[in-house]
Design a protein around this ligand. Structure first.
Ligand code: ZN
Length: 553
């Protein structure tokens, strides 16, 4: 068997990725990302521009303590200023101070920039390029030259741009990275220019594309196919403007479809986790539509698709989702048929006889609820409960009697607060009334409900809301519109999502809250313990002495 050709992966999430308007990472975040990239076998991690800010300089100190096993750390800088010796250039000194095995320097290769931005003769820029590389080569193991605006330069003044490459090549550069800095080029142009560059210089070629034409991944792949052996990009394609080439797509494309090796094959399935880590640390909501790793990347909605998928997954999937650490996901919707229900039950580990007559009832119920505005696509836990309830596979852990919510605001400058009173009938038939204060009505209801149930099910103590989303359903009806509430809950180990719909946001929230608690009780097979005699919590958790209070009318 032929050995897969190695393509080096050079990650610049920590440098170019941080140019994105919504990405700001602390030094600790950056070190954590570097560790994770090292762990999955990324060859180079560009840590930042030590000359530009203290945070980047701090990273190079901290990352040394992480003792990375595989990734080489690169520091970024620019060519020396005009009229200064390379050895006396402050930015180059800071670059060396980062003390990394790899230095990447960016320089001008488009005559327009030399004239307009540097405002120096074209010849002088060639000296700057040569000089900078020759100087760095004396001090750093590996020097990469980032040819800024290479492709734009190439199509405007090919000779000059190629002379720039010759200048760094003659100075002994280890690699030349061709940059589509403005992100405006298309794959055919990339192929033309990369091919010419490869024929012009001795140094191996890398590719660095931006996504302004939405083809950064395609451009990168095109460059590799004609001979680039290193790919620069960022995790999730974060970066300035429309972002950089997305390594989370490029790696599986090159490895699974074209047979190159980018990371060790066993590490491919960690791509999704790496993608999520960067989203989480950057505090960005992951895109559900993201190729390979998004929540919807392997989601199937139509009943026909689902029945085909059940027979053979390649019917509607380009790869096995597990290869990149993702899951197949079957969406329940008004399009669903019995196949979706059967698939979903299998996914949930429920053993249902396909001939069970109640499956028809369940389908009807799903359709009815969806027509009212429920969605089970983001609320698997509510769906599982609905399924168990309809098919008679569960019993409730408590009965609702009533709730009441008060909202108070006592002074214009003071935040309002809410108080909720909840009456439920416990598993022993005992009615209890609990109340709790919260910063809002849902928070108060959540606390009061759990306070009522914790005496029976102490494990509920560890559960809390992780996310809460409200969506207005009938936009035209203003404040009279129905709302859909989606709640995500966690007990520190797992997360689950539930849904509620009502014209009243408190009621919609209550439905989702009740499902969330019921789901936890089901999942953990929690059996009620005997209610301690003195428990009947009030807002302070002390006994209120009122038992079996009748619901408020
Ligand atoms: Zn860039």
């Amino acid at each position: 068997m032929a050995v897969a050709k190695k393509i080096q992966i050079y990650d610049t999430t920590l440098r170019d990725g941080c140019q994105s308007e919504d990405v700001s990472l602390t030094t600790e975040d950056k070190v954590e990302i570097a560790r994770r990239l090292d762990d999955i076998g990324i060859d180079y991690v560009e840590g930042g521009w030590p000359g530009s800010n203290d945070r980047d300089a701090a990273f190079f100190i901290e990352v040394k303590k992480a003792h990375l096993k595989h990734s080489k750390i690169a520091a970024f800088g620019s060519t020396r200023r005009a009229g200064v010796k390379a050895s006396q250039d402050r930015n180059l000194q800071l670059l060396l101070k980062a003390d990394t095995p790899v230095a990447a320097v960016v320089g001008k290769t488009w005559d327009l920039h030399v004239r307009e931005a540097l405002r120096i003769p074209l010849e002088e820029n060639l000296e700057i390029l040569h000089d900078t590389i020759a100087f760095l080569k004396k001090h750093v193991d590996e020097v990469i030259f980032d040819a800024e605006h290479f492709f734009d330069g190439y199509f405007h003044n090919k000779n000059y741009t190629l002379n720039c490459l010759r200048a760094v090549d003659d100075a002994g550069v280890d690699r030349i990275c061709l940059c589509d800095t403005n992100g405006g080029r298309l794959p055919d142009e990339i192929v033309d220019a990369v091919t010419t560059a490869l024929a012009t210089v001795k140094a191996p070629i890398a590719i660095h594309c931006h996504n302004d034409s939405e083809v950064a991944v395609a451009n990168t792949i095109a460059a590799v196919k004609v001979g680039a052996t290193q790919v620069q990009g960022t995790i999730n394609g974060v970066g300035e403007r429309c972002g950089n080439a997305n390594l989370i797509s490029i790696i599986p494309d090159l490895q699974l479809k074209l047979g190159y090796q980018c990371v060790p094959p066993a590490k491919l399935k960690e791509l999704r986790e790496v993608s999520m880590l960067v989203y989480e640390l950057a505090n960005i909501t992951p895109s559900s539509r993201q190729a390979f790793v998004g929540k919807y990347a392997f989601a199937h909605k139509g009943g026909l698709h689902v029945s085909a998928i059940l027979r053979n997954t390649t019917t509607y999937e380009h790869i096995d989702p597990a290869l990149v650490g993702n899951d197949r996901h079957v969406v329940l919707s008004e399009l669903s048929g019995k196949a979706n229900i059967m698939y979903k039950s299998k996914e949930l580990g429920l053993d249902i006889d396909p001939k069970n007559e109640k499956i028809g009832d369940l389908l009807e119920e799903v359709k009815r609820l969806e027509s009212e505005g429920y969605t089970f696509e983001g609320a698997d836990a509510s769906f599982e409960l609905l399924m168990r309830r309809t098919l008679g596979m569960t019993s409730e852990h408590f009965n609702f009697v009533s709730f009441r919510v008060f909202d108070d605001k006592w002074h214009e400058d003071q935040a309002p607060f809410s108080e909720a009173v909840v009456i439920i009938e416990g598993p022993d038939g005992h009615r209890s009334r609990t109340s709790a204060i919260g910063n809002g009505p849902v928070n108060a209801l959540d606390s009061a409900l759990r306070r009522a149930l914790v005496p029976y099910y102490p494990a509920l103590e560890n559960m809390h809301l992780a996310d809460y989303k409200v969506r207005v359903l009938d936009n035209g009806r203003g404040t009279g519109a129905r709302v859909r509430v989606l709640i995500e809950s966690t007990d520190g180990r797992k997360r689950w999502s539930t849904v509620g719909v009502s014209a009243n946001v408190v009621e919609a929230s209550w439905q989702a809250l009740v499902d969330s608690v019921e789901y936890k009780l089901h999942k953990d097979h929690l059996k009620p313990r005997a209610r301690p005699a003195d428990v009947n919590g009030d807002s302070k958790g002390k006994s209120s002495g009122k038992r079996g209070v009748q619901p408020n009318p």
